[in-house]
Ligand binder design. Structure first.
Ligand code: NAD
Length: 429
């Protein structure tokens, strides 16, 4: 097998995850350079992939100033740091795997898609859900016409209450001015999947939502600024940072992101809780993104979709697809998808593992999405990609437009006509 050389820009949670997976696929990939300002994260990549000092950078600019020396770049910096390195990598002619969202504004999204198309490079956007066995099976059931024509969908992204507190109250995506709005950040996956599954354009969209709970008015009496300051409500508070980050030693995700260390000690965690926003009372954080939102959509052909994003749940995605011949009930996390056939009025459970028997990658990160996206990226680099899961940047940007329009509707209170919305953005570029 021909080995493809990869550069990593941004060795945080996602960058580490992709390159760890690439390491497992050592016959296909070789990580040859990294750009990452945090020493611990950069040094992890250096050691894992045995990189020389001169291939380890504290920022992406000098790397992208060099003559092209690899096949592809993985760009896994934060949302507002996607545009500049992606444009530079396109300019150098690199193939790119780019984290979602493509960019936090529709204008930047369209500029990236346009530049990639003009240069003729592939920019694969990391819509990992498309590669999961759960959604691949769902797509097959719908495409096979098992439930006839789909006219109605209910879809819920159950973020999870502590996931919300970690990422969207205390963490990276708490403030839309620092990252991106919630419906783009968390639900660009869902809006992409819905368009992928329906395979038709959305005509009109409307949205409501607000930040209702994680606000100062809801702080219990006497709660201090930090959980480490001796909160009188620590025993009963679901968001007590000491319980979530320090006591729960198994929560590697919370512990590594809060400390920005690859293998944090208890002391590192306590230091992070004392000094960063991860230790702050959830009612006293500098957050502004919504904690619940609903989006209603009407698609070409008449299908209607109602999508919700909710903090106050346990983490999972749940959908019902209603068609002319039957109904699908699909809860991500179950081992099966249920189909109701109107002809017999009987429910049938289709087991997901059985549908992908023999595929060892289905248990990888993101419900099996992380290994599969790397497999697809390798095939794309070799010119052999055939799966229908791949989401190139033009499709991703088109699908991101629903998130931008939903946010505009949420703020303005208007129903948005999608064609008009996209036309206006294009005129403004
Ligand atoms: N596909 C998915 O399901 C999924 C899941 C989570 C996050 N994401 C996306 O992935 C991206 C990264 O998220 P994350 O959780 O890994 O964040 P992170 O903060 O853990 O990682 C980002 C890294 O970029 C580094 N960085 C900052 N400036 C840099 C520069 N100039 N040059 C090189 N590196 C630089 C940071 O130090 C950090 O380590 C975000 O855009 C996020 O929305 C996608």
């Amino acid at each position: 097998m021909e080995k493809k050389k990869l550069i990593l820009i941004g060795a945080g949670m996602r960058g580490k995850s992709y390159t760890d997976t690439a390491f497992k696929y050592g016959d296909r990939f070789e990580v040859v350079a990294v750009a990452e300002p945090i020493d611990d994260r950069r040094n992890y990549i250096k050691k894992k992939h045995n990189l020389p000092d001169e291939m380890c950078f504290t920022t992406w600019e000098p790397l992208m100033a060099m003559e092209k020396f690899a096949d592809a770049v993985i760009i896994a910096t934060m949302d507002r740091d996607h545009f500049a390195p992606t444009m530079a990598a396109i300019d150098k002619g690199y193939e790119i795997m780019l984290e979602k969202p493509v960019a936090p504004t529709p204008e930047e999204c369209l500029k990236i898609a346009d530049a990639a198309n003009k240069k003729g490079v592939n920019v694969l956007v990391c819509h990992v859900l498309r590669y999961t066995p759960f959604f691949r099976l769902l797509k097959k059931i719908i495409d096979d016409g098992v439930i006839g024509t789909v006219y109605s969908i209910q879809h819920a992204e159950h973020v999870g209450n502590t996931h919300q507190s970690h990422s969207f109250v205390r963490g990276n995506w708490r403030n839309s001015e620092e990252s991106s709005c919630m419906i783009l950040q968390k639900c660009c996956h869902d809006l992409d999947i819905l368009q992928w599954l329906l395979d038709k354009p959305c005509k009109r969209i409307q949205s409501f939502g607000s930040l209702s709970y994680f606000i100062p008015e809801n702080a219990p009496e006497g709660a201090p600024e930090r959980c480490t300051d001796g909160c009188p409500h620590s025993d009963e508070c679901y968001y007590n940072a000491i319980k979530l980050y320090y006591d729960d030693k198994k929560n590697g995700w919370f512990r590594t992101t809060s400390t920005k260390k690859v293998a944090p000690t208890d002391d590192d965690v306590m230091e992070a809780l004392r000094t960063t926003d991860y230790g702050k009372c959830v009612f006293k954080c500098p957050n502004n993104v919504v904690d619940h939102q609903v989006v209603n959509m009407e698609f070409e052909g008449g299908a209607t979709v109602s999508m919700t994003m909710e903090a106050f749940t346990k983490n999972s995605r749940c959908s019902r697809f209603m068609g002319t011949k039957g109904e699908i009930i699909a809860n991500m996390g179950d081992d099966h998808i249920t189909v109701l056939d109107f002809a017999t009025n009987a429910y049938r459970e289709i087991n997901i593992a059985d549908a992908f028997a023999g595929d060892q990658t289905i248990n990888g990160g993101h419900g099996g999405g992380d290994p599969k996206i790397l497999e697809a990226f390798y095939d794309l680099l070799c010119g052999n990609e055939t799966s229908n899961s791949v989401c190139n940047v033009s499709v991703a940007c088109n699908n991101h437009m629903l998130a931008f329009a939903a946010e505009e509707s949420r703020i303005s209170g208007r129903v948005i006509d999608m064609e008009e919305f996209v036309e206006n953005i294009k005129k403004g570029i």
